[in-house]
Design a protein around this ligand. Sequence first.
Ligand code: PLP
Length: 396
Amino acid sequence: MDDIKNACANHIFGTYARFPVAFVKGEGCRLWDDAGREYLDFLAGIAVCSLGHCHPEVTRAITENADKLVHVSNLFYTYPQVELAADLTRLSFADKVFFCNSGAEANEAAIKLARKYSRDRFGPGRHHIITMKDSFHGRTMATLSATGQSKLHNGFEPLMNGFSFVDFGSLPAVEAAITDKTCAVMLEPVQGEGGLNFPPPGYLKKLKALCRDKNLLLIFDEVQSGMGRTGSLFAYEQEDVTPDIMSLAKALAGGLPMGAMLATDEVGTAFTPGTHASTFGGGPLVASAALATLRIISDPGFLAKVRETGAYFLDRLAWIKSRHSLVRAVRGRGLMVGLDLEVPGAGFVSACLEKGMVINCTHEKVLRFVPPLIVGPPEIDRLIAVLDEILDKEIQ
Ligand SMILES: Cc1ncc(COP(=O)(O)O)c(C=O)c1O
């Protein structure tokens, strides 16, 4: 461990506080470190490896295509990209897709499209976007500026102008923030990095009506909540509402880096040749992995199982809450679940790791569980036993 730790410190920017574990192999919900120790993964690369590690169908798609065609420019057609776009639009509200490589890039594309559409349709000056407090949209300058967490802004000012932050879940707050410069409202249907926050029932639907009334675009950042994570392919489906623009990434390509920005035809016409681009976006290798991933996750039987397993998980976490006063609340939908603690959670994350459970903590006090969607009751029961043991100890 000392060797890799020192080499990392010597050669890699110190942007991550890493745990003292080096993983070398993964299969399903299990990971192995370089000493051969086995772990259960309840983090899945932070909601990325949703089919588990090295799913045979994803591995097959990667290996077959690695042997055939890895990259050509977006100046040409490639079959996996077009097939993937056809599948994503068939399965969502959207008509068109722009492919990129990460969540931040998908949100950058969404912000640019909202500005461009508004300018084309209503003229200049209408470029402000309302986003939510405690939101997370990425680390590039525009998406950081859109992120409603001042602790992440510190040191990078001046930020890009044109973003204002309102309370998540409050319609009057959005109404009060709208000006003649506003072009869009952007939010996560479920806040992930902000501490697993769910809006009140009916809020998203009312927000859509407000946006329509004021000629504003509604942008859903489903980078974390999308791709089956909450028990439907996209979280918005459970709210009887559709956005005008949506961003996806994380689980989209089964562990390979891919982002996508989706929109209706009406809005998408604002992107014409030369207005936006990505060298790697939607390349044949990554698109093939995404096709394999999407085919499995979008199966109604698979999604039903996510909801069933999620309900079991929530039930077991409720049992944990009933036994530990440190647990303030249990929150979750599908397999995006967490424990809101009375105290900082970092020590519990380390204690879990020592006992072979990979979890993380978000927003300082929320233990977050976003396991592979193929997780089952036996793995959940093992995690619950560990949580039951460590939460007795009041580690901080
Ligand atoms: C909701 C949401 N949007 C955007 C991002 C940024 O994604 P990426 O790290 O791929 O740029 C994240 C990452 O955690 C996220 O959770």
